[in-house]
Design a protein. Structure first.
Length: 316
């Protein structure tokens, strides 16, 4: 009888112990659950967006098409530098030193606007990168929690089975050996079934400054993005096929690959909220989406690079 009590006590201790490693992981989750990626200083960008009448803008500046690409003309308009370019073209007709100085002054003004645009791009891309790393870290922690939990349950199942066999061989009292075998079998099966939790553990993750929400809704409803960056995201002329904008194409891919073409599920996802309880799959999806937006943001640099090359041709 004493041996039976010893057996039950050992199994109970094994089932209730919590490793020190998991306690450390839980503490790390607390430090990651709220964002450390947002800028310490909040800049209130103007709510004014550049004009989306791209065809009208290009038609009104068709004289520039010999020098600039359509995308470059639209960027100059977004930066409010089109009038400066027209002035440079007029000044080039005069080869005097005064005209040359004015041309350099205008080019400096244009370059200053372009520099600000480039720093805005870098800042937004850096925040996407930081958020992606933050989500990936907590996603790995949840993966570790799930893996550690499953490994423990498998170990407990093995121990329960082994202990049952040993106890059954020791205890020969009528009925007790059968009770031990049945109890051990149920306990081992319980540990085994507990590993069959496909969704795994949940963790609280907060992101009130949600960069993905505006992208998903295709509306600039917050001060998360500078107007110039948002214009580049949403003007169709800057996407490859010009059928959808950059974020229009991004949203279509997310709907297909992350949400299996289920828009209702996507709209209700925690990913586009202020935060909440995430499972590992949701965390990995969010990390992938943030990294995709980082890449899309950096590709805008190509358009600005072409503008700078065209501008040099004009001035030289």
């Amino acid at each position: 009888m004493k041996k039976l009590f010893y057996f039950i006590a050992v199994v109970s201790v094994l089932a209730s112990c919590v490793s020190k490693k998991n306690q450390v992981i839980q503490q790390n989750i607390l430090t990651l659950k709220d964002s450390y990626c947002k800028a310490p200083f909040k800049y209130n960008y103007s709510n004014k967006l550049p004009s989306y009448h791209s065809d009208s803008i290009l038609a009104a500046n068709k004289d520039l098409k010999e020098i600039f690409t359509d995308q470059s003309i639209l960027i100059l308009n977004a930066l409010d530098n089109l009038s400066d370019v027209h002035k440079i073209i007029e000044l080039k007709k005069d080869s005097s030193l005064t005209s040359q100085v004015k041309i350099l002054q205008l080019k400096t003004k244009i370059n200053s606007r372009i520099t600000i645009a480039l720093t805005e791009l870098d800042a937004v891309a850096a925040e996407f990168d930081c958020e992606g790393e933050r989500v990936a870290q907590i996603g790995n922690y949840v993966d570790n929690l799930n893996s550690s939990r499953n490994n423990k349950l498998i170990l407990y199942s093995i121990i329960a089975g082994a202990a049952t066999s040993i106890a059954g061989g020791i205890v020969k009292a009528d009925g007790w050996d059968n009770a031990i075998s049945i109890g051990g079998g149920v306990l081992g099966a319980g540990f085994g079934l507990a590993t069959l939790n496909p969704k795994g553990k949940k963790v609280e993750f907060i992101h009130q400054r949600n960069l993905l929400r505006d992208v998903w809704r295709e509306k600039l409803e917050s001060p998360n993005f500078p107007p110039f960056i948002w214009y580049m995201y949403t003007e169709k002329k800057f996407s490859n096929r010009e059928e959808r904008s950059i974020i229009g194409n991004m949203k279509m891919r997310w709907l297909h690959y992350q949400f299996n073409d289920n828009k209702i599920t996507a709209d209700q996802s925690v990913i586009f909220s202020d935060g909440g309880y995430y499972r590992a799959d949701d965390l990995h999806n969010r990390a992938a989406m943030l990294n995709q937006m980082q890449s899309a943001t950096r590709t805008i640099n190509q358009n600005i690079n072409y503008l700078l090359l065209d501008l040099d041709k004009l001035v030289l």
